[in-house]
Design a protein around this ligand. Sequence first.
Ligand code: DGP
Length: 115
Amino acid sequence: MPSECLFCRIVAGELPASQVYSDDAVVAIRDISPQAPTHILLLSRKHIASVNDIEVEDQAVVGKMAAVAAKLAGQEGIADDGYRLVVNVGRNGGQSVDHLHVHMLGGRRMTWPPG
Ligand code: DGP
């Protein structure tokens, strides 16, 4: 685990976060700067810098992130109305933290195309 990685430190419990889910592969926290009434980040426990760095061996983790998102959407009461899952990749994608994470945004109507 890179000791300087913000999300590694949150996953390890070294930094505080509003955690809503945790298992052996995935940790979910509320975004510190929410862009929607529900804005949850699904983090891989393993340090994976971005989608570009996903290996075949990480398939189960990535699949679990989607399954956990669906479970949390139900808990948050946004499953039926719908929500958006976003993974920013690299500079053009708007990624600011180099640790794999999925944004789950809901509770309002999303626009398309995204900014
Ligand atoms: P991205 O730009 O796609 O890499 O998303 C990073 C997100 O992480 C951004 O929406 C803000 C959020 N974030 C940054 N620092 C913290 C933090 O310390 N705690 C929490 N909960 N979220 C953070």
